[in-house]
Design a protein around this ligand. Structure first.
Ligand SMILES: Nc1ncnc2c1ncn2[C@@H]1O[C@H](COP(=O)(O)OP(=O)(O)OP(=O)(O)O)[C@@H](O)[C@H]1O
Ligand SMILES: [Mg+2]
Length: 460
């Protein structure tokens, strides 16, 4: 963050200053008292379990310059009506003071974090970049990320998530995207939205916020995303596998470990890409990143080279580890929805070719009324893919087993277990050298513990 006197922070947030106006906040803005550094601004959030105000004295003693609070605390503070909202205002105010920063924002149903990490790695070739760890894509994580930018920052790469109409509009009100990327409109959180059309409406708020002179980066392969072209005042740049996409992949192949190679084709030229990321869905993310980086002024050669060098940054997304006995563990347990589960299953089948494939699947959350049907469809997909074994973890995923059972031609085995421990036990009895195991479920399922246990067996 650029150093700001407390009086300016009060002005930007519309809050009341308590304490000396010339106190300068120079450090990061933090919401976790343990992350306080000298000069920091501590935002006292009121959570369900803890109240940040209770930590005010401690953080000031630890060197924090001041507290952003909803009621006066002992020491320098700015008191506002709503700390969350004030974080947003402060972030917007900071960006107004950093006119040279290019804001790149990503939304979509699946792949936001993966794509955000890719964009950041590519545009870092053009100068210092600030981007969030993991998802950090809501009304708290986003401003906290913005507030890390300073005078040296060239690009700010942001993930914008939505659980309803208006959420992304709120986030773009904080950080207006110069480049707005929409990846896909799938079925994630479809329960909360009530239908894919509403999801498209919500995601499209991103490109509505792109100003004239900015760029809307849209997936040509996803009709609901391509249709957003009419909703932006920015220049439209399409990406995808379709021949009419402006930034596209040609001659795509997958190697035996499920990593894609392709020729990146853009109006400025073509260049070869060999991804280190696993799964063909990474191509969609890479093309989106390429189109965004192009909008930020990079050429195809640099983009292709940076994409080929890019590594997974955020954990539990298609992490592929080989055990000493040759068992391959694919840990994609960060999250799951029907689209990302199908993509991961397809990657599993491709990687297995000739080896036995096991899928350990937990529930896909937040699907509302279509939940049972979507779980059943995934079970059918597993069975039709000829996977050797399906381990269904938890009662909320049970319909997967029913779906798999409906495919009469499937010769594989389906096992239903209650929890992570039972899943690990079931696998231990079955796995043989050279098998490939995919582990995936929504965050609530916590299935990374299955992958970790499988790898720990290896260490022993
Ligand atoms: N383009 C894609 N299409 C389908 N699935 C994808 C795509 N990119 C990544 N995935 C898979 O989706 C899951 C989530 O990936 P990621 O964390 O990048 O998405 P996200 O949109 O940020 O999710 P969240 O809404 O949880 O923040 C991972 O399992 C990943 O392998
Ligand atoms: Mg994310």
């Amino acid at each position: 963050m650029i150093p700001l006197p407390l009086s300016t922070i009060a002005e930007i947030t519309g809050g009341t200053l308590h304490g000396p106006p010339d106190v300068v906040v120079s450090g990061p803005v933090v919401i976790d008292s343990r992350a306080v550094e000298p000069g920091a601004l501590f935002a006292a959030l009121q959570g369900k379990r803890a109240d940040g105000h209770d930590f005010a004295a401690g953080v000031l003693a630890a060197g924090a310059a001041a507290v952003l609070a909803q009621r006066p605390v002992e020491g320098p503070c700015v008191v506002v009506a709503d700390v969350r909202e004030a974080l947003g205002r402060l972030a917007r105010g900071l960006l107004e003071r950093l006119p040279d920063v290019t804001v790149v924002a990503v939304t979509g149903s699946a792949g936001k974090t993966s794509t955000k990490d890719l964009i950041a790695q590519v545009v870092s070739r053009a100068g210092p970049v600030v981007y969030p760890p993991g998802s950090f894509n809501n009304e708290i994580g986003l401003p906290l990320t913005v507030l890390r930018a300073d005078a040296r920052t060239r690009h700010l790469v942001l993930e914008m998530g939505a659980r309803g109409i208006g959420h992304i509009a709120y986030l773009t009100g904080i950080a207006r995207p110069d480049v707005g990327v929409v990846l896909n409109v799938g079925t994630a959180h479809v329960g909360e939205f009530g239908g894919r059309e509403n999801i498209a409406r919500a995601k499209g708020e991103l490109v509505e916020a792109v100003p004239p002179g900015g760029t809307a980066v849209l997936n040509a392969d996803d009709p609901l995303v391509a249709a957003m072209a009419s909703r932006t005042r920015g220049e439209v740049v399409t990406f995808g596998r379709s021949p009419d996409a402006l930034v596209r992949a040609e001659d795509e192949t997958l190697d035996e470990r499920g990593r894609a190679r392709f020729t990146l084709v853009a109006p400025e030229g073509a260049a070869p890409v060999a991804l280190r990321l696993h799964g063909s869905h990474a191509v969609q993310n890479a093309l989106a990143a390429a189109a965004a980086a192009r909008a930020a002024g990079l050429g195809p050669e640099v983009i292709a080279e940076a994409l080929s060098a890019a590594v997974p940054v955020s954990r539990w997304r298609m992490e592929v580890t080989e055990r000493a006995d040759g068992v391959t563990v694919v840990n994609d347990a960060y999250n799951a929805n029907p689209d990302s589960t199908r993509a991961a299953l397809d990657a599993l089948v491709h990687m297995a070719r000739g080896r036995r494939a096991y899928a350990v699947l937990g529930e896909m959350g937040e699907l509302g009324a279509v939940s049972v049907a979507e779980h059943a469809k995934i079970g059918q997909h597993v069975a039709r893919s000829g996977i050797a074994g399906l381990i269904v973890v938890g009662a909320n995923a049970a319909a997967m087993a029913e779906g798999a059972g409906q495919v009469a031609s499937w010769t594989g085995e389906c096992v239903q277990v209650d929890d992570v421990g039972a899943a690990v036990a079931a696998l231990s009895e079955r796995l043989a050298p050279r098998d490939v195991v995919l582990v995936k479920g929504s965050r609530v399922a916590g299935l990374e513990r299955v992958a970790e246990a499988l790898l720990a067996e290896d260490a022993r």
